[in-house]
Design a protein around this ligand. Sequence first.
Ligand SMILES: Nc1ncnc2c1ncn2[C@@H]1O[C@H](COP(=O)(O)OP(=O)(O)OP(=O)(O)O)[C@@H](O)[C@H]1O
Ligand SMILES: O=C(O)C1=C[C@@H](O)[C@@H](O)[C@H](O)C1
Ligand SMILES: [Mg+2]
Length: 181
Amino acid sequence: MSRTRNVFLVGPMGAGKTTIGRRLAPALGLTFYDSDEVIISRTGVDIATIFDIEGEAGFRDRESRVLDELSALDGVVIATGGGAILREENRERLRTRGQVIYLTVPLDLQLRRTRRDNQRPLLQTANPRERLAALQREREPLYRAIADIVIDTGANDSKRLARDLIKRLSATREPVQPQGR
Ligand SMILES: Nc1ncnc2c1ncn2[C@@H]1O[C@H](COP(=O)(O)OP(=O)(O)OP(=O)(O)O)[C@@H](O)[C@H]1O
Ligand SMILES: O=C(O)C1=C[C@@H](O)[C@@H](O)[C@H](O)C1
Ligand SMILES: [Mg+2]
């Protein structure tokens, strides 16, 4: 499949994929989806409950199905889950079906952004800082491998980040050439 107008946001928990995606989509005239939220609305339970009942593998199967379905659409912004890049099939679909933006975040800030939330099952541990660092060590090369744009979310608010991204996305579009006469 050729690359489309689609934009896919990848990156770790708390990087701001959901927050930025929500801003980006209307500004680009695209439709926003959040894969975690689609899974929650389809199952009627939260992600922690899916992990409890079906295990992480069951959640990852659901995530792959939802990403395959949504990324096959044209004209969407998708905020993916932090672990969506773990499976090769997901990486391949994201890489070939749109532009991939990797949102990075410094560890201290990531910890602050995720601290109040008890919905992230992988952070229900005695040492969330160490867990976040370990996940990032494993996943960083996978995020980078498929990213067209990498942007640090540490310095700016989400409004400004969305504005910067819109500029960078339009700079990577192919210009339309006038026909020669
Ligand atoms: N650029 C930013 N500046 C300030 N706060 C931010 C920024 N981006 C996100 N936040 C805040 O950080 C928290 C986490 O953001 P968000 O839920 O968008 O992350 P996520 O990448 O979607 O995480 P997950 O992978 O767990 O879904 C939210 O409370 C959000 O308001
Ligand atoms: O980093 C992860 O593996 C996850 C991130 C969230 O977006 C959810 O998809 C879920 O909590 C797992
Ligand atoms: Mg999110």
